[in-house]
Design a protein around this ligand. Structure first.
Ligand SMILES: [Zn+2]
Length: 308
């Protein structure tokens, strides 16, 4: 039988025709068989006509489309109820390496946060931040909670987390006071995730033997706290010495957790005056000045070889 005739027969069955021929097919073959979903395996145990109908139904299924109606009969993923084809073919994507790691979660790399020795509120904050859930204006715009994503502190058009921490001039002004070298907007590591990961995992001790990851984590937390105060308290003024507040918080947490590092014993070199040669006098001088050139002081001490 030619394909057009078989396709038309299949189509009439799908249209639930009630002729005797249709009743025979329905009773004999269709009780456990969906014509459009038939697979090759079902072909062999059926009559030639029915196998022919199933065969052309595969062609038919690529050319017909469901009208949604109540939706009861439609297979959401595999039926063609959209003009572009089955939804399934758009939902299946290649998984990236990250997505294939640890239970398919792309966020496995942030699990270390829970083991970090940082205050619990900072831990929770970091988890939210690293999973891109921080409600910056860019996030709020994406969730239709606002109409503008402008940075409230520097008027940059898009306040994303990356902007908030790496490029916002208000943040960099504080960063530059932490004492780890001056940076300008756009100078920090390019990839925001890599930058966060690198700094949160960096095993390095800084001033007073404090671990850098702790200073960095609390810096992130304070920046967000102050940013929110700027948004919600219109008369909020940033502390005059924000970096000192950050260090104070870090030191308090660090000493409370008894995490202070025992620094290696220092090799102390005692400096003392050394007498000149016999018959020679030595003069030692020192000077200082404050910013105004009007206040400069200098003094000296002349001593002979006996120190007199
Ligand atoms: Zn900004």
């Amino acid at each position: 039988m030619n394909q057009a005739l078989l396709a038309k027969t299949g189509w009439r069955l799908l249209q639930r025709e009630q002729g005797i021929w249709a009743q025979v097919f329905n009773a004999k073959y269709r009780r456990h068989c969906d014509i459009l979903a038939a697979k090759d395996l079902q072909f062999h145990s059926n009559s030639n006509v029915w196998r022919g109908i199933l065969y052309v139904a595969q062609v038919l299924s690529t050319s017909i489309k469901w009208r949604v109606g109540s939706g009861d009969d439609i297979l959401f993923w595999t039926d063609r109820w959209l003009s572009c084809g089955p939804l399934q073919q758009f939902a299946l994507i290649d998984l990236s390496e990250d997505m294939l790691q640890l239970n398919g979660s792309a966020n496995w790399k942030w699990n270390f946060i829970w083991k970090h020795h940082v205050p619990p509120k900072v831990k929770t904050f970091l988890w939210v931040l690293c999973h891109k859930k921080l409600l910056t204006n860019a996030q709020r715009l994406m969730r239709k909670l606002t109409n503008a994503a402008v940075c409230p502190r520097c008027d940059c058009p898009l306040e994303s987390s990356a902007h908030l921490y790496k490029d916002c001039t208000a943040t960099l002004a504080i960063w530059n006071r932490l004492g780890f070298g001056r940076v300008e907007s756009g100078q920090l590591m390019n990839d925001y995730d890599d930058w966060l990961l690198h700094n949160l995992k960096l095993k390095r001790f800084v001033i007073h033997g404090l671990p850098w990851y702790l200073v960095f984590a609390i810096f992130l937390w304070f920046i967000w706290k102050w940013r929110c105060k700027v948004v919600f308290y219109h008369n909020f003024l940033l502390p005059a010495e924000p970096h000192l507040l950050i260090y104070q918080c870090v030191l308090e947490w660090f000493s409370a957790c008894n995490l202070m590092v025992i620094l290696p014993e220092r090799n102390v070199v005692h400096l003392h005056w050394m007498a000149p040669l016999l018959g020679v006098c030595k003069i030692n001088i020192d000077g200082s000045r404050i910013n105004s050139p009007d206040y400069i002081g200098v003094g000296g001490l002349l001593r002979d070889f006996c120190g007199s």
